[in-house]
Design a protein around this ligand. Structure first.
Ligand code: ATP
Length: 581
């Protein structure tokens, strides 16, 4: 729990100035509470005596009550604001961290579980500032109670201290137990979210199979567990509440008994006895920290889950730029999960097809070639530079990826294509470069961006259907329902617009009709021929059109050569005849 506690502390510190306001109001409120019995006691004594000073003390009572209410009100505001700031800081950090790790994060954490950790759990940690500061402020009346009782009558203090030790033990045990229960509860929540996200991703399949009921049961598998944890939390709460609550009346009885005897003996005044009874209740008020401790327990449990994300090392980038070169790719002794001992040299400017049966490691090779995945062993060089030594910017500009099922990101169609585009990029096939606006020096020339986007869309044969959309390139993505092939073409356009030296197409033309695929193939071997092209494919025509073919089998390079030469091997032909399955 130590790492989780560190994360909670760090998050609390990010509450900003509102945290200070919360601390001040909590401390002032606590002192006001502490002062109330004193002023009430003095008022009683004045009234019992001649009553001449009673008005002054009544005024003091009113002042203390007003201060208490003001502190409470401002405290609520400050706790909300500091909590919101803390959560916002943590969310920013976690989202940045998770996105910085790259695609491997979803191999460790299911997507729904990730969303729960980044959403619900970070919000729970956001309650920590209030729980910690307000809870800690409860120590003030307790300490004040001890001091005041000591001043009134030292023997009464011993009674209070014994009661406080009992309450502290109850609270400590409650924190430990409820942190564990809250962790189990949150894990069950994550499980439900993970299954739900899977179900939503497969909504079409579920509808087609008519298995919605079965799916509902599968998504809610953890529901009984969730209930059990919730009940356990309530039981722990009730147990601790009863234990801490029982101490207070017992203490009161003990103090009133002892105090009564001392009043009879003339060692205490009636006002002092009244004040002593109030201070005991105030001192034992530590028991009301239960609510704060419950919230703190949930924050700690949530922090343990969020810390697992924060502890994942983000992908490290180097600082080197990419020197001029043709886009030569070299893999040496690469081992990565499903890939073993891969040694390859792909000369710059070649179109290389990657073929093999399903599961042979083609996508993994594509991922390693552009550093979506780092190999466990071995190195990948682009124009002589190991990929991890390249700066993020250099890598992003050099490598463009297109996938079989591209996810389009951005507000509009143009933005989806321009994702990650540097407008100094050369427009595909034109040799022209987009220009930056001079003068201010920061803003890109919008026209340049548009030029790159259009050229890339033309190269991917997407321009015609995009122009037919209601607002053309400015059509919001949500208002542009697209077929699988159209999405693939936008995915291709995005890759063409971005990757200046290496294009990696992972089954990225599989949904295109034959005519469009042929047109894209012509672009690849025509205006894009100056870039190295790594094309994962199941289609024989694509392999035949490539300069050479890498044939993968069970994670290893089985052969590498021209399609024509490889075709002589019946096992190679079988890769296509069997549909690579
Ligand atoms: N990031 C990764 N890290 C480790 N192993 C991986 C990774 N991605 C995939 N694998 C494993 O590598 C093997 C090959 O998967 P890959 O997706 O590369 O096959 P493929 O040849 O592209 O198959 P298909 O033609 O069906 O798409 C699989 O066993 C998979 O579990």
């Amino acid at each position: 729990m130590r790492a989780a506690d560190r994360l909670v502390t760090e998050t609390v510190r990010r509450g900003g100035p509102w945290l200070a306001v919360l601390a001040v109001t909590s401390v002032l409120g606590a002192f006001a509470q502490l002062a109330l019995p004193l002023v009430l006691g003095r008022t009683v004594d004045e009234l019992v005596a001649d009553g001449t000073g009673a008005a002054t003390w009544l005024g003091a009572c009113a002042g203390v009550v007003i201060l208490t209410v003001a502190c409470d009100t401002l405290g609520v505001w400050a706790s909300g604001s500091s909590g919101a700031r803390s959560s916002a800081w943590l969310r920013e950090r976690v989202v940045r961290g998770v996105l910085g790790i790259g695609p491997t994060i979803t191999r460790r954490f299911p997507e729904g579980d990730l969303v729960t950790r980044m959403g619900l759990n970070t919000e729970e940690i956001g309650h920590a500032p209030e729980s910690l500061v307000t809870g800690a402020a409860l120590v003030i009346p307790t300490a004040g109670g001890i001091v005041a009782l000591t001043l009134i009558d030292p023997p009464l203090t011993a009674t209070l201290v014994v009661g406080l030790v009992l309450i502290a033990l109850v609270l400590r045990a409650f924190l430990t137990v409820s942190t564990a229960i809250a962790g189990d509860y949150q894990a069950a929540q994550g499980d439900i979210a993970a299954r739900l996200v899977d179900a939503l991703a497969g909504a079409r399949t579920i509808a087609a199979a008519g298995t919605a009921d079965r799916e509902r049961a599968r998504v809610l598998t953890a529901l009984p567990l969730l209930r059990r944890h919730a009940m356990a939390m309530w039981r722990a709460n009730a147990r601790a509440g009863v234990q801490a609550g029982a101490v207070v009346p017992l203490l009161e009885v003990a103090v009133l008994g002892v105090g009564g005897l001392r009043l009879a003996a003339g060692d205490l005044t009636a006002g002092e006895l009244y004040a002593a009874a109030r201070y005991v209740v105030l001192g034992a008020g530590l028991g009301s920290a239960l609510g704060y401790i419950g919230r703190l327990a949930r924050a700690r449990a949530a922090a343990a889950r969020v810390d697992e994300l924060v502890a994942e090392s983000p992908r490290a980038y180097g600082t080197r730029p990419l020197p001029p070169g043709p886009g030569r790719l070299e893999l040496r002794g690469v081992d990565a999960g499903g890939l073993r001992e891969v040694d390859l040299v792909i000369p710059g400017g070649q179109a290389v097809a990657v073929v093999g049966r399903s599961g042979a490691g083609k996508s993994l090779l594509a991922a390693v070639a552009g550093r979506l995945v780092d190999p466990r062993h071995g190195t990948v060089h682009l124009d002589g530079v190991p990929l991890p030594e390249l700066s993020r910017e250099a890598l992003r500009r050099a490598v463009g990826y297109a996938f079989e099922r591209p996810v389009l990101l951005g507000d509009t169609v143009a933005a989806a294509i321009a994702l990650g585009v540097d407008t100094s990029a050369r427009t595909p096939g034109t040799g022209r470069r987009g220009r930056r606006r001079t003068g201010e020096g920061q803003a890109e020339r919008p026209g340049a961006n548009r030029e790159v986007v259009r050229a890339a869309a033309r190269a991917a044969r997407a321009d015609t259907f995009v122009r037919r959309l209601p607002l053309g390139y400015d059509t919001p993505l949500q208002e542009a329902p697209m077929s699988g092939g159209e999405r693939q073409r936008l995915g291709l356009a995005r890759a063409f617009a971005q990757g200046r030296r290496l294009l990696i197409l992972d089954d990225a033309t599989s949904s295109l009709d034959t005519v469009t695929e042929r047109q894209v193939a012509r672009t690849l071997s025509g205006e894009l021929r100056d870039r190295t092209r790594l094309i994962v494919t199941h289609r024989v025509a694509t392999a035949a059109a490539a300069d050479r073919v890498i044939w993968l089998d069970d994670g290893r390079v089985r052969a590498c050569g021209s399609h024509r030469a490889l075709w002589a091997d019946p096992a190679y032909r079988a890769v296509f005849q069997a549909g690579a399955s």
